[in-house]
Design a protein around this ligand. Structure first.
Ligand code: SAM
Length: 234
């Protein structure tokens, strides 16, 4: 599949295909590197805000570790899947439809905040003004986390590539901006391990337009690098 309008592509997925999204992300993190970082973050916090929580990839494990989570996402259909996944979970959570730039959460409510694979979208959705949108979102993150708490931003450093790196120039500038305001980067190896080659072709094509690549690769294990940026709240 050739994807020409990435903005429309992702908006359509988050509005209409949350279950398919969950199938994709459930296959990621073949070696548990991301899971280990989530667990370490949970150990330092009783309360966490999950910004752009989607189908609950971060919310669900954080709850499992006993953290009280307030998850916010602008796409109600994504949160409906998260709610379903949380039904059988222990812990305390709240799910709110809302915007990362105006979180429906009181000042200093949380010990920490995570924003997974969300702020990078600003570079596509606000091509000219993404720096202002990012600054607004980070200011909101800082407002809801108590001073000294943990702030985490997670985003891709490449799918189906041999080395970690920003997928394009705008995302490279976004990563630089995170680091300029004090976030420190670590690189995780979070390969996808699909149930079959056929599933890897189907889901890589659907989300990334990488079906031809996956067909040539002919393995259910797909390389993925993830950036984990972290700082203390001021
Ligand atoms: C790639 S998904 C990531 C979801 C989840 N964090 C995960 O790890 O799978 C991006 C999510 O960010 C949400 N999102 C994008 N812009 C947003 C904004 N300004 N405010 C709140 N949510 C936003 C989308 O609706 C979508 O659910």
């Amino acid at each position: 599949m050739r994807i020409t309008d990435w903005k429309e592509h992702f908006a359509r997925i988050y509005a209409n295909e949350p279950d398919q999204y969950q199938r994709l992300v459930a296959a990621e993190d073949a070696y548990g590197e991301l899971a280990a970082r989530i667990e370490a973050t949970a150990e330092r916090a009783n309360t966490i805000v999950d910004i752009g929580a989607g189908t609950g990839r971060l919310t669900v494990p954080l709850c499992r570790y006993g953290v009280e989570v307030h998850a916010v996402d602008q796409a109600a259909p994504m949160l409906e899947v998260a709610a379903r996944r949380l039904e059988s979970s222990v812990g305390t959570w709240r799910l709110s439809v809302g915007d990362a730039r105006e979180l429906p959460i009181p000042d200093q409510w949380a010990d920490g905040a995570v924003a997974g694979w969300v702020y990078g979208h600003f570079t596509e959705w606000h091509t000219d003004g993404w720096r202002d949108e990012l600054a607004a979102a980070i200011a909101e993150m800082d407002r809801v986390v108590r001073p000294g708490g943990t702030e985490v931003v997670i985003d891709t450093l490449g799918t189906a590539v041999a080395e970690p790196g920003a997928p394009n120039a705008a995302l490279a500038a976004y990563h630089e901006e995170l680091e300029r305001v004090g976030f420190e980067r670590s690189v995780l190896r979070t390969d996808y391990r699909f149930a079959s080659v056929e599933e890897s072709i189907e889901l890589l094509d659907w989300f990334f337009g990488l079906g031809d690549w996956a067909r040539g690769h002919n393995s259910p294990l797909i390389p993925e690098f993830t950036g984990w940026w972290e700082r203390r709240s001021s």
